[in-house]
Design a protein around this ligand. Structure first.
Ligand code: FCB
Length: 453
């Protein structure tokens, strides 16, 4: 590459993980059952019936994992807290051992010079709360605010970066509409209610966190794809717009004080998802949700080309890339770095957040150790290099991007795909729990050191 790409000073290079995907120890030291424990323990929900019972055994190996992060020179580490480890019944009695685990983790990270970014909810709701209706009922939002209070009181003196939710769209639509994720419910209306209560719980938790951790920065993470119509036809444009509306604007618009987008209220009504309109929205909810935040986190993985198969459609103009391993990761997600420049620009210039973090970006490739103990995962390195460059172009265009968290530090439990998809820059041998730096990790280490490449 001709010109050097150098990032702004203090850029937060990091990696991201989530509690259920790495911790294991699902029933250790007083932890309560989560919806993911229940869901994975039910046969047929997950590829190969894999579970997170052991996962990366990070609950036991966390010190070693921090040593690995230190070796990579990471500036920051985004992890999530398991709600049922802290409040086994969802609310009420605190499990001190659970809090201690995260408190020690935070201390060790700080000792290693790594800034902790804490996500409060990365999908492992206490099963006890699901039994009362889960996110489809309002009381879960109240319970979330209480949980945020317990955690931010315990860690708020040291943790200065908080993310309330990870991808509420995925929680609502995959958890309560298609049922592909825990709790496995297939109900349009419950999904709409879940989406609302997730947003509401964010709005309720932000002031609580600020109170307990006064100089902290607080935000939320949304997933965003680069969604384009396959032609200029209205049919293709409508599908792209609806998909973006459902997965992004339905969440971003209320967070930025625009209320629920009217085109989508109409759309959901035609889908029979809102039989009684927005009757679950109470008077002050939209103000609560629109609470001011310090940043937005974006998780970006690729492009979706939207094509209607109506017979009188315009000829297609935009084609997905040819199916090679370089162009398509093993998740069958299109590798499309330009889309990252696009979404960063779109979100900044449209919603004007103070700051943006890429809270997740990465690629699934199963490349494993060769005979010499190296992991030559060049597709992942290429993916990261081109996406970092794409993010840099957004910075040059004026986007206040403050950091980048590679998904993921470790190979881990990839939800409904079980262990069949590997996103780590560190290889995990699930038999022995041995960790091996992949070539992408070694390359990332150099990028961090030079603050560019
Ligand atoms: C995101 C999730 C994360 C991981 C990646 C691949 O949607 O937030 O936990 O599964 O996808």
């Amino acid at each position: 590459m001709a010109n050097k790409i150098i990032f702004p000073e203090g850029f937060m290079w990091g990696t991201a993980t989530a509690s259920y995907q790495i911790e294991g120890a699902w029933d250790k030291h007083g932890k309560g059952e989560s919806i993911w424990d229940r869901f994975t323990h039910t046969q047929g929900n997950i590829k190969n019936n894999d579970t997170g019972d052991v996962a990366d055994d990070h609950y036991r190996l966390w010190k070693k994992d921090i040593a690995l992060m230190k070796r990579l020179g990471l500036k920051s580490y985004r992890f999530s807290i398991s709600w049922p480890r802290i409040l086994p019944a969802g609310r009420g009695k605190v499990n001190q051992k659970g809090l201690d685990f995260y408190s020690k983790l935070v201390d060790k990270l700080l000792e290693a010079g790594i800034t902790p970014f804490v996500t409060l909810y990365h999908w492992d709701l206490p099963q006890a709360l699901e039994d009362e209706g889960g996110w489809a009922v309002r009381s879960t939002a109240e319970a979330f605010a209480d949980y945020a209070n317990v955690v931010s009181r315990a860690l708020g003196d040291r943790v200065k970066n908080w993310i309330t939710h990870n991808e509420p769209a995925v929680v609502a639509w995959l958890g309560y509409e298609t049922g592909v994720h825990a709790p496995g419910i297939k109900d349009h209306l419950k999904a709409m209610r879940a989406a609302h209560h997730l947003l509401l719980s964010h709005g309720m938790a932000v002031p609580v966190i600020r109170r307990n951790s006064p100089d902290a920065e607080v935000g939320i993470t949304l997933n965003i794809g680069w969604k384009v119509p396959a032609s200029i036809s209205k049919m293709d444009r409508d599908i792209a717009q609806q998909d973006d509306g459902k997965w992004f604007r339905w969440f971003a618009d209320p967070l930025y004080a625009r209320g629920y987008p009217s085109d989508m209220v109409e759309y959901f009504t035609t889908q029979d998802a809102l039989p009684n309109g927005l009757d679950f929205v109470e008077a002050s909810d939209m103000d609560t949700i629109a609470v001011s935040t310090d940043f937005i986190g974006l998780n970006y993985y690729g492009r979706n080309v939207h094509r209607s198969n109506a017979p009188d459609n315009e000829p297609q103009l935009v084609f997905p890339k040819p199916k090679t391993l370089e162009n398509w990761t093993e998740m069958d997600w299109e590798n499309y770095p330009e889309g990252l420049t696009g979404v960063l620009g779109r979100v900044y210039f449209n919603y004007n957040p103070f700051k943006i973090y890429v809270t997740e970006n990465g690629a699934s490739y199963s490349t494993g150790p060769d005979g010499n103990g190296n992991v030559p995962d060049e597709h992942r390195t290429n993916y990261l290099r081109t996406h970092f460059a794409a993010a840099h172009r957004a910075i040059q265009a004026g986007v206040p991007l403050a950091g980048y968290f590679v998904w993921s530090l470790l190979d881990n439990f990839e939800w409904s795909f079980g262990y069949s998809q590997r996103f780590g820059i560190v290889w995990v041998d699930y038999e022995t729990q041995k960790r091996t730096l992949k070539d992408s990790a070694k390359w990332y280490k150099k990028v961090i050191k030079k603050n560019g490449f």
